[in-house]
Ligand binder design. Structure first.
Ligand code: FNR
Length: 366
């Protein structure tokens, strides 16, 4: 008989997840430079809902235009965006999945070409190979910019107005996400993008209320989270994705102890699950990689803070995902690249792990 694991239900507030498997957010770089979803998004996200994922999460979706990584990223900065996303969330629901949106701001890692065009910065007066223009990007501390690729010529240090604008943009984006039919809002605070840039002393050299102490560096994320929680209904869950560590032990940086402490603060603000990734702040990072490489970070947060956690990274096998939930190491398993290789990973896993797999398949395919 099937022991409670990957295919056990999970209730977060009034949201009932049919299983513990989620499609990890993955940029598709497939919008025209207007941030609107295309047929690609509908088919890509729709296929994975058909494929048995309990949660289908959108790619990093920009809360304002300058918060896009590339000019081809998805956005949610107008009502038109919400209307265009609505049929996608409806389809995911029809397949028994829970639609989630990752709300993002790329900070100083914005205005870049797509990975297949080199992922290099596009200056405000330049265009990418498709003719899409670059823009001036926002940074907590331009002088601390660690270049991942190419120089960054045009960076603006975030002013108090910019900071308030970002918080408002997140609040408005959450309201629109709700109208679009999303059930879960995830705040993206990982991978060296804006909110992580404020968290980490590697990129935050500010001397105002948003820099210096742990309290100050975490302030922007706490204010953004509170703004999202304020408009997201009490019965629906909010997630936050963080980098559990910068993987930079040779210098002052963001680490797992700070992450555990932050996770407790986020839980107090009404966050239901911390999605634990890592890295992305500096090219000197020494990350291990390989199967389950970020799981110990998720586990440390699950033990040290009173909050559910999601594990992600190097999870490719049904038995592996099953063990993470069954052994109490994580509450949710997010799968990225394996879901690109196999959109039906969820159905395959149900087939291997449970007795009633045929019932999981869409009626059209049984
Ligand atoms: C990603 N990842 C990612 N993460 C995130 O938080 N927001 C995003 O938009 C993206 N975009 C993205 C695009 C692509 C093509 C890949 C492969 C990855 C990271 C992803 O969600 C996941 O955390 C990692 O891929 C590790 O998990 P896997 O792939 O080992 O299961």
């Amino acid at each position: 008989e099937y022991m409670p694991g990957l295919f056990s239900e999970l209730s977060l507030r009034d949201c009932e997840l049919p299983n513990r498997l989620a499609v990890s957010p993955m940029c598709q770089y497939s919008c025209d430079p207007d941030g609107l979803p295309t047929e690609w998004h509908r088919v890509h996200l729709g296929s994975r809902a058909v494929g048995g994922a309990g949660i289908v999460m959108s790619e990093a979706t920009a809360v304002e235009p300058r918060g896009r990584i590339t000019p081809h990223d998805l956005g949610i900065w107008s009502d038109e965006h919400a209307e265009a996303l609505q049929p996608i969330t409806e389809f995911i629901r029809d397949q028994g999945g829970v639609p989630a949106i990752q709300l993002a701001h790329a900070g100083h890692k914005a205005s870049k070409t797509r990975p297949w065009d080199g992922n290099v910065p596009i200056a405000p007066d330049e265009t990418d190979p498709d003719g899409a223009s670059g823009w001036e990007v926002l940074s907590p501390s331009p002088d601390a910019y660690p270049p991942f690729s190419g120089d960054r010529p045009a960076m603006q240090k975030a002013t108090q107005d910019d900071i308030e604008g970002v918080i408002d943009a997140y609040r408005d984006a959450a309201e629109r996400s709700l109208e679009a039919g999303f059930e879960i809002a995830e705040v993206h605070a990982a991978h060296g993008y804006l909110l992580h840039e404020f968290l980490s002393p590697v990129t935050n050299r500010r001397e105002d209320d948003y820099g210096g102490s742990f309290e100050n560096r975490t302030r922007l994320l706490r204010e953004v989270t509170a703004a999202v929680r304020e408009v997201w209904p009490d019965e629906k869950p909010v997630f936050v994705r963080i980098s559990g560590t910068d993987w930079l032990e040779d210098r002052e940086s963001w680490d797992i102890d700070q992450s555990v402490r932050l996770a407790g603060d986020l839980a107090d603000l009404g966050v239901d699950l911390v999605d634990v990734s890592s890295g992305g702040i500096h090219p000197d990072q020494e990350a291990a990689g390989g199967p389950n490489f970020q799981v110990p970070l998720a586990e440390a947060i699950r033990e040290g803070a009173d909050v559910a956690v999601g594990a992600v990274g190097g999870i490719t096998e049904p038995e592996q995902a099953e063990a993470l939930v069954g052994n109490g190491r994580a509450d949710l398993v997010l799968v990225g690249r394996e879901f690109l290789r196999d959109p039906y990973f969820g159905l395959r896993a149900a087939g291997e792990l449970t007795d009633d797999a045929p019932a999981e398949w869409p009626v059209q395919y049984r």
